[in-house]
Write a protein that binds this ligand. Structure first.
Ligand SMILES: O=C(O)C[C@H]1C=CC(=O)O1
Length: 92
């Protein structure tokens, strides 16, 4: 099952820089593990925003929820999920 996910990052402005860097480093490692496993096949920065559009390829709503809620940045993310179905005109 494919999902389009938008994540907007809202780190508190008073978070110490070293704490923010530590969370971002854990987020990067976690996201790159999921990318290597094929569960997070696409990740794009939204130009001019601290946000991304991602494609997730997972087995179920529950799996996606678990993966997203385990993101180190999860407490600071605004997340919008759009389930995707195959378009009848798509050649892919
Ligand atoms: O920077 C972001 O968009 C948030 C998050 C998603 C992957 C990652 O490494 O950080």
């Amino acid at each position: 099952m494919l999902y389009l996910v938008r994540m907007d990052v809202h780190l508190p402005s008073d978070m110490p820089a070293d704490q923010a860097e530590e969370i971002k480093a854990r987020e990067k490692a976690y996201s790159q593990r999921l990318q290597r496993e094929g569960k997070w096949p696409q990740l794009y920065r939204i130009v001019g925003e601290y946000a991304n559009y991602s494609i997730f390829d997972v087995e179920s709503n529950d799996e996606l929820h678990t993966l997203l809620s385990n993101l180190p940045l999860f407490p600071y993310l605004e997340i919008a999920v759009t389930p995707l179905a195959r378009h009848p005109s798509s050649i892919h």
